[in-house]
Design a protein around this ligand. Structure first.
Ligand code: ADP
Ligand code: F6P
Length: 331
C-alpha cells in the first residue's frame, strides 16, 4: 500500500495527537505517502486534505485536542455523503484510512470498506471509555486526571466551609470517568448510569458522615445518570443538588459541572504512550493489507481485532472499581 490517510472524528480526546504522530511517522518509515483529512468526515466529504511530512507532526504528542480538527458530520450517514467521501479518497489515490474516534466514527469507516473497498483501521479515541473490546480508550486516563486534579482543588474550599459539593463529569451513558475519578480522589459518593440514580442514598451518606463529625463531601455524578434517557449535559449537578436539598433543606451545598475541561490540557503519559502504540499498530495493519480492524489494549497489550466482532461486544460494568470507590470512603 502506497498512500494512506488519517482522520480524527467525533468528540476529541487527549492522545489523539499522539496517535496521529505515530501514524504519520510510521507511514513515512514504511515508505508510504500519508495524508491528513481535516475535521473528520466533514473534510473527507469536502476534499479538505493535506499531505503530511515528518515536520507536520513535530511537537504534538503531548497536546490535547487534535491538530487535524474534528467534527460531527451527519452527512456521512447518507449515501450521497459517503459517495463524496470516497470520491475524495479516489482523487488522491488513497487506499487505506486510519480513523481515530468512537463507535460512530467506526461505523462510518465500516461503510467505506464494505461498500467502497477502502481499507480501514479504527483507533478508539474518546474520553468516555465506552467501548467494550478495549480496556481503555485514548483520552480516558487524561480526563480522569483532570477530574481528580479539579476535585483536589475543590476540597480546599469545601472542607474549610464544611460543605458538600456535587461534581458532574462527562461520559455519556458510561460511568467509568465518574467511578475511576471517585476512587482516585476519595469522593464520598459516586453515581453512575449503570447503577441508577438514588438521591435518598446520597442523603443517607451525608447524614451518616455528619453523625461522625464529617461535614464536607464530594459527590461525583456522571452526566448520564438519569435512566429516562434525557441527557441534560452540564445541568445534572444542579439537579442532583436540588434533589439533595429537597431531602436535607439546611445542608450547606454547592454544585459544579467540569464540562469540556475534561477534554482539555496535555495528555497524560499513559495516553501519549497508548496513542503512539496504537498509531504504529494501525499502520502495521495497513502495511500487511489488513482491513476492518480496530486497535485496542487488553492486559497491557496492544492488539488488533475484527471491527464487527469488536463492536458487537457488550461492555462489562467494572464492579470492582465501583465497589472500591464506595467501600473505601466509609466512615
Ligand atoms: P463517536 O465517533 O465519538 O462515537 P459520533 O457518534 O458523533 O462520535 O460519530 C462521529 C461521526 O461518525 C458522525 O458525525 C458521522 O460523521 C460518523 N458516523 C456516525 N455513525 C455513522 C453511521 N452509522 N454511518 C456513517 N457514518 C457515521
Ligand atoms: O463523547 C465524548 C463527550 O465528551 C461526552 O462525554 C460528552 O457527552 C460529549 O462528548 C460532549 O459533546 P460536545 O463536545 O459535542 O459538547
Amino acid at each position: 500500500m502506497k498512500k494512506i490517510a488519517v482522520l480524527t472524528s467525533g468528540g476529541d480526546s487527549q492522545g489523539m495527537n499522539a496517535a496521529v504522530y505515530a501514524t504519520v511517522r510510521a507511514a513515512l518509515s514504511n515508505g508510504m505517502e500519508i495524508y491528513g483529512i481535516n475535521h473528520g468526515y466533514r473534510g473527507l466529504i469536502d476534499g479538505d486534505v493535506t499531505k503530511l511530512d515528518a515536520k507536520s507532526v513535530e511537537g504534538i504528542v503531548h497536546r490535547g485536542g487534535t491538530v487535524l480538527g474534528t467534527a460531527r458530520c451527519p452527512e456521512m450517514k447518507t449515501p450521497e455523503g459517503q459517495k463524496k467521501a470516497v470520491a475524495t479518497l479516489k482523487k488522491f489515490g488513497i487506499e487505506g484510512l486510519v480513523v481515530i474516534g468512537g463507535d460512530g466514527s467506526f461505523a462510518g469507516a465500516k461503510v467505506l470498506s464494505t461498500v467502497y473497498g477502502i481499507k480501514v483501521i479504527g483507533i478508539p479515541g474518546t474520553i468516555d471509555n465506552d467501548l467494550a473490546y478495549t480496556d481503555y480508550t485514548l483520552g480516558f486516563d487524561s480526563a480522569v486526571a483532570v477530574v481528580v486534579n479539579n476535585v483536589n482543588m475543590l476540597r480546599d474550599t469545601m472542607s474549610c466551609n464544611d460543605r458538600t459539593c456535587v461534581v458532574e463529569v462527562m461520559g455519556r451513558d458510561c460511568g467509568d470517568i465518574a467511578m475511576f475519578a471517585a476512587l482516585c480522589c476519595g469522593a464520598e459518593a459516586v453515581c453512575v448510569p449503570e447503577k441508577g440514580y438514588d438521591p435518598d442514598a446520597l442523603a443517607e451518606v451525608i447524614k451518616r458522615n455528619a453523625s461522625k463529625d464529617k461535614f464536607d463531601n464530594i459527590i461525583i455524578v456522571a452526566e448520564g445518570i438519569r435512566s429516562d434517557g434525557t441527557l441534560d449535559k452540564g445541568h445534572e449537578a444542579d439537579k442532583v443538588m436540588k434533589d439533595i436539598l429537597d431531602r436535607l433543606p439546611t445542608l450547606n451545598i454547592r454544585s459544579i459541572s467540569l464540562g469540556h475541561l475534561q477534554r482539555s490540557g496535555d495528555a497524560t503519559v499513559y495516553d501519549r504512550k497508548l496513542g503512539i502504540l496504537m498509531g504504529n499498530l494501525a499502520v502495521e495493519c495497513l502495511a500487511e493489507g489488513k482491513t476492518d480492524r480496530v486497535i485496542g489494549i487488553k492486559n497491557d497489550k496492544v492488539f488488533d481485532e475484527d471491527m464487527v466482532s469488536a463492536l458487537s461486544e457488550k461492555k462489562q460494568f467494572n464492579q470492582r472499581i465501583y465497589d472500591l470507590a464506595n467501600n473505601l470512603v466509609k466512615y
